[in-house]
Design a protein around this ligand. Structure first.
Ligand code: FMN
Length: 181
């Protein structure tokens, strides 16, 4: 596939909005961002370069029907993807959260996408510094860094644009290297 696939899970639309901003920053090389509840495993797995995003709801889980997303989300889609061979793929992750309201479990859903990517043998890129955030605990921190870009539209929306462009610039070379043609 000669494009970067962008897939997101959302309830109130913020994670979708971020996906659209990323696609715009990437330009022609980005495929149209798709909600994970409107795609298939085959469609997602055809990409060798992927950006995957999730909002965080509830404790220690991916968002989905059990967190009141009526049309389903990552939680409901993940069984289709579990155990797939992801070797040769480059995957960059981003997550939405609210550090002021949920300082003890900030953006934790991200860790589930990370574990899936690593277990499948993908090259998970785009780790992001925790500097500039104020939270107590996040399972999405591994070896002192977030496992992907974390955005907080509730308490740090003014920092979002700069974070987005810096992150896209950082992951772009690894993603572009996977495109053919
Ligand atoms: C019921 C509820 C539970 C939430 N739980 C968490 C949480 O555990 N950790 C966190 O960082 N953010 C939590 N959030 C904040 C959302 O992840 C945040 O608002 C996000 O931007 C929503 O993304 P969306 O608009 O794409 O659904 C929660 C929000 C709601 C409404």
């Amino acid at each position: 596939m000669n494009k970067i696939g962008i897939f997101f899970g959302t309830n109130s639309g913020t994670t979708r909005l971020m996906a659209k901003k990323m696609a715009k920053l990437l330009g022609d090389v980005a495929a149209k961002p798709l909600n994970i509840n409107r795609t298939t495993a085959e469609e997602l797995l055809q990409y060798d370069a992927l950006i995957l995003g999730t909002a965080t709801y509830g404790i220690d889980q991916l968002p989905g029907k059990s967190t009141d997303i009526q049309d389903g989300s990552w939680e409901d889609f993940m069984p289709q993807l579990a155990g797939k061979d992801l070797s040769g793929k480059v995957i960059a992750l981003y997550g939405l959260g609210d550090q002021e309201k949920y300082p003890d479990r900030f953006a934790h859903s991200l860790i589930h996408l990370y574990r899936w990517g690593v277990a499948g043998g993908a090259d998970v890129v785009g780790q992001w510094s925790t500097e500039g955030y104020a939270f107590k605990q996040s399972p999405a921190v591994v070896d002192g860094q977030f496992v992907g870009l974390v955005l907080d539209q509730q308490s740090q929306s003014l920092l979002t644009e700069a974070r987005l462009s810096a992150w896209i610039e950082a992951i772009k070379p690894a993603l572009l290297a996977k495109l053919v043609g």
